[in-house]
Design a protein around this ligand. Sequence first.
Ligand code: FES
Length: 228
Amino acid sequence: MSANDRKTTDQHASADGSSKSNPAAVESSVADHVADPKRRRMLVGGASVIGGLGAVSLVVPLLGSMLPSARAKAAGAPVQADLSKLVTGQLLTVEWRGKPVWVVKRTEETLKHLDEDTERLSDPASDVESQQPEYAKNTPRSIKPETLVVIGICTHLGCSPSYRPDIAPADLGADWDGGFFCPCHGSKFDLSGRVYKGVPAPTNLEVPPYRYVDDNTIIVGEDSGVAA
Ligand code: FES
């Protein structure tokens, strides 16, 4: 399994600067209205200090809002994932809202299996709307077919399933095409996170909101530029 790179996205704070104090303007205004040169110098100096303090007081809260706090991360700040080192067949885990989010680069063979034997699945067409965004309501349940992004928590009672991409292993049976197996009570999911019939888990694994920044970078917790 590759080393996992994970970092939170910057929190962009915007400010147009229109409400900031302008020391130069204050100086000019003071200078225009005081005739005595000595008194004028004193007032201009004082105005510069006051203007500078005003600028500092604006900058400090702005810097504070640009740093994602631990509380903001726990509450759901979006998480950026670098997929550049993820090779085919591997699974990368990133944490979002305290949950593991798996990114799996699927093989061509895996993608072919997703269309086979779908009658064994409880919700092959991802009709349960709560389990994925609209753009993941397709067979691979993803934006790009080869890359699955899914929350790694079993929809039965919340265990974390195991990633089992191996075909027909002895412990899972000859009809196992690769997927996720939850050892707690035996729920099985295919490599799209779709749950098999006859297991305790009621629904497919959940696909979180996400979007691509570029070919090798996704942001989990955002889609269409809006935090979920
Ligand atoms: S928690 Fe996964 S099968 Fe029960």
